[in-house]
Design a protein around this ligand. Sequence first.
Ligand code: SF4
Ligand code: SF4
Length: 310
Amino acid sequence: MNTEEQELAELDLEAQRPDLDRNLELEVFDAVRGRSDHPVTPVRLQAEDSFHFRCHPGVSCWNVCCHGADITLTPYDILRLSRHLGLRPAEFLERHTVPAIFDKTELPVAKLKMGGADGKGPCPFMADSGCTVYDDRPATCRYYPLGLVSMKMKDADAKEDFHFLVKEPHCQGHREAKGQTVAEYRFEQGVEPYERVNRGWVDILMKMASWNTLGGPGGKAPTPQTKKMFFMATTDVDAFRRFVFETRFLELYEIDAEAVEFLKTDDEALLQLGFDWMKTVLFNEPTLALKEHVLQDAIARARGTLAGDR
Ligand code: SF4
Ligand code: SF4
């Protein structure tokens, strides 16, 4: 049985469990970069709320927060930084990241590797003058000092995001006179494309966090193979493209010919396919349609298993 067939065999064909629809909050970006031992005070903010903050080379803490920073890289961060550095994602991951597990989810992610044996040294992209990858800096660095929480209320159809402000003691930017609303800061920092491209990834993390207390999708923990596939599809577009075009993937799923052509060269489109695929594999969501004969085979196999269990 090859990889995709294993994944398909693990799909839970039963209806989704009704007891999962409860309130959930997931901190996507925690806004704490300094690893300070001092307590920080998060303040919840809406788009129209304002706060005082400005970061510039004249502050006494210039570059302090770019040491020992705890930065989970989103799929789009990896694409943008790889392009900026003229690297393919696999090489970028090898040189500049360390593997980690995203809090509450059991799913693997990549964190930016800080300098120093203890990981508390400078970010590899930090220079005296500031961030050398500024135009393509990670989402976490764009939000700072804001954090982002994604929240789904019980019985609500849609998720809601809100920000919170974290005042770390070393950050002098909060003493600056410049004021702005959260919406203005978000625009200035260019977070919109990051949120748009990463939305499917955040959805998966949220859902996995909510299911985690039950042991994973359908009550089963994701297999090591599923976690490996998640990491590949969300961090390395080249590896995922090879997987799509050099295995039976396109024989299993309905993807129209025009989209297939697009996927050959468009990295962002491939990321979206990866998110859709993982939603199908992890949660049995109908984000990718199986071809009719594959679906019929899967149903027949499931029925055979159920009959054998009686
Ligand atoms: S990517 Fe840039 S802003 Fe972010 S920690 Fe590194 S140097 Fe600082
Ligand atoms: S003001 Fe805050 S964000 Fe700017 S360099 Fe200082 S610690 Fe970092």
